[in-house]
Ligand binder design. Structure first.
Ligand SMILES: [Ca+2]
Length: 365
């Protein structure tokens, strides 16, 4: 019994030891917010090797940080109560679940915690300087600015902007989440987050003054000119926009065909763009319509030629034909544009078939 008790005690001891070695985000009391806090910036690293147990890192101790991978900094904002941000853990886990990268939580709770907003905002430049020093060291170790991504919330958005400004906008990306308005709205670009601070800057407002997030369309429609452009997803390279079209295809092969369709569009000026269809192979059944979602890097207003290629993906065996009764191209972003059709086509496997589309009849029976 004594031995069992000792075992339990050792177990508890080792567990509490392990917990102590995992640093956690600075937790302060409301009292700290009342009296105010001096600035202290801590960098806490999470990777897939240490998903749940952070490592405190600095310019001379990188821990698991791998400079050949992407590094995402998460920078919080004003903390009027001293408590850690409740969303931080979910964001860290979410990022690491989609990509094997370095996630650095920038804990400046000492500094951000105060009841007086101007005291917190006055420290943002200093936080940016600390981050610049750290990133400089990362670059010296072989990291690339292209791989640096900063997600900044509230004041953290402007901190990210200041860091980006110090690198003349060559950081890979900055995402501003509800960037702080007071003391920043209407200021020159060097005093706030702006589109020139990184190669790609995106901002999400969920609490724009006076507008609810779910009313964004009405708000933007009222602007002159109207600003309602939504992109379902974006490309990896500049200019990042993706344009979506539906390609409706009805086939009449006797047997079921499975395969991919590659689509190219060309306009009268000779500009071409190729689809990025990256879903599972499509099943074509006789007289059944399938609607493929095609993504293009360019939005060609007046399509002069369409090219289709069918592929089953198999390198050996017979080449198949896909007999198309009707194909229809329609823009998702511009449903008012005329839909383009073509009838009676036979696609030979792995052979590009180029044709001029015609306007679809207004009424399709
Ligand atoms: Ca700026």
């Amino acid at each position: 019994m004594l031995r069992f008790y000792l075992f339990i005690s050792l177990l508890c001891l080792s567990r509490s030891d392990a917990e102590e070695t995992c640093p956690s985000f600075t937790r302060l009391s409301f009292h700290s917010a009342v009296v105010g806090t001096g600035l202290n910036v801590r960098l806490m690293l999470y990777t897939r090797k240490n998903l749940t147990c952070a490592q405190t890192i600095n310019s001379s101790a990188f821990g698991n940080l791998n400079v050949t991978k992407k590094t995402t900094f998460i920078v919080h904002g004003f903390r009027p109560t001293g408590s850690p941000p409740v969303w931080m853990d979910d964001l860290v886990k979410g990022l690491l679940s989609v990509e094997d990268m370095n996630v650095v939580v920038v804990d400046w709770n000492r500094g951000a915690t105060t009841l007086i907003y101007t005291h917190a905002s006055s420290k943002t430049r200093k936080v940016a300087m600390v981050l610049k020093e750290f990133i400089d060291q990362m670059l010296a170790e072989g990291a690339s600015l292209d791989d640096i991504y900063m997600i900044g919330v509230s004041l953290g958005a402007h901190i990210s902007g200041f860091v980006g400004e110090m690198y003349d906008g060559w950081l890979g990306r900055i995402t501003g989440l509800d960037p702080a308005g007071p003391l920043f709205n209407g200021k020159p670009h060097q005093d706030r987050l702006d589109p020139s601070d990184a190669q790609f800057v995106d901002v999400i407002h969920s609490d724009t003054d006076g507008y609810y997030a779910d009313n964004w369309k009405d708000h933007l429609r009222g602007k002159d000119p109207p600003m309602t452009k939504a992109f379902f997803d974006t490309a990896e390279e500049s200019p990042f926009c993706m344009y979506h079209y539906f390609v409706d295809i009805i086939t009449w092969n006797k047997n079921v065909r499975r395969g991919d369709i590659t689509i190219k569009l060309r306009d009268k000026a000779g500009n071409t763009t190729e689809s990025k269809i990256n879903h599972e192979p499509t099943t074509f059944q006789k007289y059944h319509q399938v609607s493929l979602l095609a993504r293009f890097n360019q939005d060609l207003d007046k399509v002069a030629a369409i090219s289709l290629m069918f592929s089953t993906g198999s390198l050996i065996g017979p080449r198949y034909k896909l007999r198309i009764l009707r194909m229809k191209l329609r823009s998702l972003a511009h449903p008012e544009r005329p839909q383009l059709c073509r009838y009676d086509l036979v696609l030979m496997e792995n052979v590009e078939t180029v044709f001029q589309p015609i306007l679809c009849p207004e009424l399709q029976l």
